[in-house]
Design a protein around this ligand. Structure first.
Ligand code: MSP
Length: 513
């Protein structure tokens, strides 16, 4: 079985500071990366910044700074954000790095060699905000301004010499590929969208610009810079040292397990990218997963709409793990989700503080008093105990399958119901009434501690800092976390010390309480 796992986020435009939408893609990717790691996979997790193109050039001009210095500054804020979000990425790529430029130029030369590129003239619409070419049918008018109907961003007319990629040539091959690889585009609803776009007829794609210079130069024709999406998409392999396909990174991690992206950039990933790869005879990534948008008042959050929620503000007010938990739990993965402070506070209070935090506190306090702060013996599990513990054993393979389907909702619902059941179990078993039946009392405490351990292991990919603290109960460090072991009933060793820990999550006093 292939034990290597390669997951990527989109590389972000450093045209402005990061916002919640960016944080969302990254946190979701981090969740998968961490899960796969605790499940014994070698994980390569890539994120980075997409620094070329007219959008960046204009943003730099507006600030009167040269584009490179402009990118250096803002790319750094994205790098800082990955630390702030506690991402476990193993690389951070910038498209202005040499390793990337070389790779893009090599890919171009392969496309050229295989007769997939020709020089002609582009006359048509272009959106700088999306860095995308649109056909006449995709354009409408709003307040006398031409916009792309789907993305609502303004478009401008371009008339210039351009290199083209023979995208039309790949239409049938792409459709065939989607058919033969049903999981390639996920979720399903997104797949249909892509298929109908491709079926409607692919035109050759303009892949160079002459009117500005902020980009990677076309080999042998420095008057042109390479289209920023061809440049950007290549990051997924340039970070693996393509074209050195014998390099360990490339050998181990390509094709990628999953490119996690927002649904807004599906066309680039599910149509253009596979076509470029097919043309260059490079294997295709295993999956493109398009998640939904974080909405702010029902609109996609974005700089141009002025409705950006700053993740840093939320982290400062509520804490990082609180934000991570909230985004993972409340935004149904794959669909759009509205951010609400009210729901965030509810999540913190009911799930984190009450259900998880209290369970940890109650059981450890009880074990301290009644089991001399030690893991008690577990001589005789009864049906009630096994019912609790087996929930995990019985679902190990289902959880793995659901994770490979990017079904975060299944994962989190499983945890929430396990928490509910564990609390109920502790209440119903009433160990405080079993002081004259020490064997039974011990078994209840053991079972409860095992439940805390299992749930904590599963929570680790979502709230890693807090779980690091929680594991101090058992004197465990995160590197002891092994997903497989949640199927075991006797991971904790009788006689080992149990430590009391500080409150993990403070309850929020809600204004309307
Ligand atoms: N640079 C391109 C991606 C190139 S990948 C080879 C780009 N950058 S972006 O900064 O505009 O956005 C990147 C991603 O951020 C989106 O695809 C999406 O994953 C995420 N989001 C940006 N705004 C978002 C929301 N409001 N909600 C959720 N995610 C969104 O596109």
């Amino acid at each position: 079985m292939d034990k290597n796992y390669y997951i990527t986020t989109p590389i972000y435009y450093p045209s402005a500071k990061p916002h919640m939408g960016h944080a969302y893609s990254s946190i979701a990717a981090d969740f998968f990366a961490r899960f796969k790691r605790i499940d014994g996979f070698n994980v390569h997790f890539l994120t980075g910044t997409d620094e070329h193109g007219l959008k960046i050039q204009r943003a730099a001009e507006k600030k009167n700074i040269d584009p490179q210095s402009f990118c250096n500054e803002i790319s750094q804020t994205f790098r800082d954000l990955s630390k702030t979000l506690n991402l476990s990425n193993t690389d951070f790529i910038r498209t202005t790095e040499d390793r990337h430029k070389k790779s893009v130029q090599y890919l171009w030369s392969q496309l050229e060699k295989n007769d997939d590129i020709y020089l002609s003239k582009y006359s048509g619409w272009y959106s700088v905000s999306d860095e995308a070419f649109y056909s006449e049918e995709e354009i409408s008018e709003k307040n006398n301004i031409k916009i792309c109907t789907a993305s609502r961003s303004p478009v401008e007319w371009i008339d210039e010499e351009s290199y083209f990629f023979r995208l039309s040539k790949w239409q049938e091959k792409l459709l065939e590929y989607y058919e033969l690889n049903p999981g390639f585009i996920s979720p399903k609803s997104r797949k249909n969208e892509v298929i109908s776009f491709v079926q409607s007829g692919l035109k050759d794609l303009s892949i160079s610009r002459k009117a500005f210079s902020w980009g990677i130069k076309v080999p042998n024709n420095p008057d042109h810079v390479i289209y920023v999406w061809l440049d950007a998409l290549t990051n997924y392999i340039s970070a693996l040292n393509y074209p050195d396909t014998k390099d360990e990174l490339f050998k181990n991690y390509w094709p990628a397990s999953v490119h996690l992206i927002g649904k807004d950039i599906l066309r680039f990933h599910a149509v253009y990218w596979p076509a470029f790869l097919m043309a260059a005879k490079i294997p295709l990534p295993k999956k493109i997963y398009g998640h939904g948008w974080i909405l702010s008042g029902d609109e996609k959050m974005s700089k141009s709409k002025g409705n950006i929620l700053n993740p840093l503000d939320i982290i400062e007010t509520y804490g990082l793990d609180q934000l991570r938990y909230y985004l993972i739990k409340e935004v149904s993965f794959g669909n759009d989700g509205n951010i609400s402070q009210d729901r965030l506070e509810d999540c913190i209070n009911s799930d984190l503080a009450n259900n998880y935090g209290n369970l940890c506190q109650r059981v450890t306090a009880f074990a301290e008093k009644n089991c001399s702060s030690k893991v008690p013996e577990n001589k005789n599990f009864k049906e009630d105990d096994l019912l609790m513990l087996n929930k995990f054993t019985d679902n190990l393979s289902t959880i793995r399958i659901e994770i490979d389907n990017q079904n975060i909702n299944f994962y989190i619902n499983f945890i929430v119901s396990a928490l509910f059941e564990a609390n109920k179990y502790f209440n119903d078993q009433e160990p405080w009434k079993k002081k004259d039946d020490k064997e039974r009392l011990d078994t209840i405490v053991y079972t409860s501690l095992e439940m805390i351990r299992k749930i904590s292991f599963m929570l680790y990919p979502i709230i890693p800092y807090s779980i690091e603290k929680a594991l101090k109960i058992f004197n465990l460090k995160p590197n002891a976390i092994d997903f497989e072991s949640i199927g075991k009933h006797n991971f904790l060793k009788s006689g080992d010390m149990i430590n009391k820990i500080d409150i993990l999550f403070k309850k929020i006093e809600k204004k309307d309480d």
